[in-house]
Design a protein around this ligand. Structure first.
Ligand code: NDP
Length: 445
């Protein structure tokens, strides 16, 4: 495989799509060897067909605010690859959303979904709409307008969106209501639904729980676990919340959370009372980070900074892409951090990943670590198809098993001669092989 030629051609075709190009390069770098060993992939143009999405749909989303003012946002759905199942991937509502970010997320989703072993292809979508500070009525009108375009493109056997940044249970509810009205059917077309209308237990906490189950397996390779470990977490959204709850349950102490404006360091750690207080703040759509540090005197707020300067044993970046750079990685390593597990998608820059690998600390990439969210979405789809609802323990046990299997797949494909486990390589190869072989079986389409 001629990586530089592929990347040069892709850059010419999609100039400025920085995140997408970064994600493709990261994956292809670890696939070079396996592609060279399997000339049938080259002959069938597997890489060329895999790195371009099947289709990208963009549409305008007009909506009216509470003062009668008209706004127009952009809506997107990137249907990347459906070789192993219907397109599947979240919707992100955030002002930073653009085509490059959604293509990077959709591309990553192909491999992540493959790793879960469930039949799901890769996709992603969203809008540059910012739900922050909007009334429920405004969010509802936006979601309805968004679905008015999206509903033609999706279906329980075609493309099944879910939540992501800025899209939680409320937004999924508003979108599902509109889909149901337009399609006149009550089916599992979205995941992350409410429990009363087709949702699965554990789905809200699944990404965070899954990330911790994966990190626990990583620590297990060094004969240790979360008990007594100090953990730095970034963000305080859906993923961070699930992760913090599970780490605390397993005896770890989470000492940081963060927002776009800075981070809180609480050396005493987060207990149930603190987590509940954070949840209240989150539900009231307020800023979380600053009010928390005022309420709990043990906590200190560091404006404009990231949590990676705090001494910790384990780090879980759970906020957003490229939130952990080279200097942050060096700080973590110098402070004795032994394990970094990505709860978010691509939170570490390539330079930061190089630092982790150079120092041979445990590093788990997002596509493996955070796959528990989409895996549980897959379990929600199964329950919808079977028209049954599993109990909490059953879903949790299945999630736990899936995360262990993903870890095993990474070990199988990523263990190097000196015993170091390159999880990036392991996850990319394991995810790729299943999709590539399915594409081979299905011909050039
Ligand atoms: P949320 O919107 O629930 O939370 C995101 C959190 O990150 C918020 O606390 C937000 O703060 C904070 N944040 C946003 N930008 C920054 C920044 N620049 N620096 C520091 N903090 C920031 O999203 P999710 O928890 O759902 O998603 C987080 C990450 O996990 C994303 O990368 C997402 O793609 C990934 N992911 C999510 C899955 C899911 O099931 N939800 C599944 C797999 C991956 P504030 O609210 O103040 O903006």
């Amino acid at each position: 495989m001629n990586l530089e030629k592929i990347m040069n051609d892709l850059e010419k075709k999609h100039p400025g799509e920085v995140e997408y190009l970064q994600a493709v390069r990261e994956v292809l770098e670890s696939l070079e060897e396996v592609v060279d060993q399997n000339p049938q992939f080259e002959a069938a143009g597997i890489i060329d067909r895999l790195i371009e999405p099947d289709r990208v749909l963009t549409f305008k989303v007009p909506w009216v605010d509470d003062n009668g003012k008209v706004h127009v946002n952009l809506g997107y759905r990137v249907q990347f690859n459906n070789a192993i199942g219907p397109y599947k991937g979240g919707l992100r509502f955030h002002p930073s959303v653009n085509l490059s970010i959604l293509k990077f997320l959709g591309f990553e989703q192909i491999f992540k979904n493959s790793l879960t072993t469930l039949p799901m292809g890769g996709g992603k979508g969203g809008s540059d709409f910012d739900p922050k500070g909007k009334s429920d009525a405004e969010i509802m009108r936006f979601c309805q307008s968004f679905m008015l375009e999206l509903w033609h493109l999706i279906g329980p056997e075609t493309d099944v969106p879910a939540g992501d940044i800025g899209v939680g249970g409320k937004e999924i509810g508003f979108m599902y209501g509109m889909y149901k009205k337009l399609a006149r059917e009550h089916v599992g077309v979205l995941t992350g639904k409410g429990l009363n209308w087709g949702g699965s237990l554990i789905r809200p906490e699944a990404t965070g729980f899954g990330a911790v189950y994966f990190a626990q397996e990583m620590l297990g390779t060094k004969d240790t676990d979360f008990s007594g470990k100090t953990v730095a977490v970034s963000g305080f959204g859906n993923v961070a919340w699930g992760a913090i709850s599970k780490i605390t349950e397993l005896g770890g102490k989470v000492v940081t959370i963060s927002g776009p404006d800075g981070y809180i360091h609480d050396p005493e750690g987060f207990d149930v009372e603190k987590i509940n207080y954070l949840l209240e703040l989150r539900a009231s759509n307020q800023d979380i980070v600053k009010p928390y540090s005022y309420e709990f005197p043990s906590a200190q707020f560091f404006a404009g900074k990231r949590p990676w300067e705090v001494k910790c044993d384990v780090a879980l970046p759970c906020a957003t892409q490229n939130e952990l750079g080279k200097e942050d990685a060096e700080n973590l390593v110098n402070n004795g951090c032994m394990c970094v597990a990505e709860g978010a998608n691509m939170p570490s820059t390539p330079e930061a990943v190089d630092v982790f690998k150079k120092h041979k600390i445990l590093f788990g990439p997002g596509k493996a670590v955070n796959a528990g969210g989409v895996a549980t979405s897959g379990l929600e789809m199964t329950q919808n198809s079977m028209k049954i609802a599993w109990g909490r323990e059953e879903v949790d046990a299945r999630l736990h098993e899936i995360m262990k299997n993903i870890h095993n797949a990474c070990v199988t494909h990523g263990t190097q001669e000196d015993g170091y486990i390159d999880y990036v390589r392991g996850a990319n190869i394991a995810g790729f092989l299943k999709v590539a072989n399915a594409m081979m079986d299905q011909g050039v389409v």
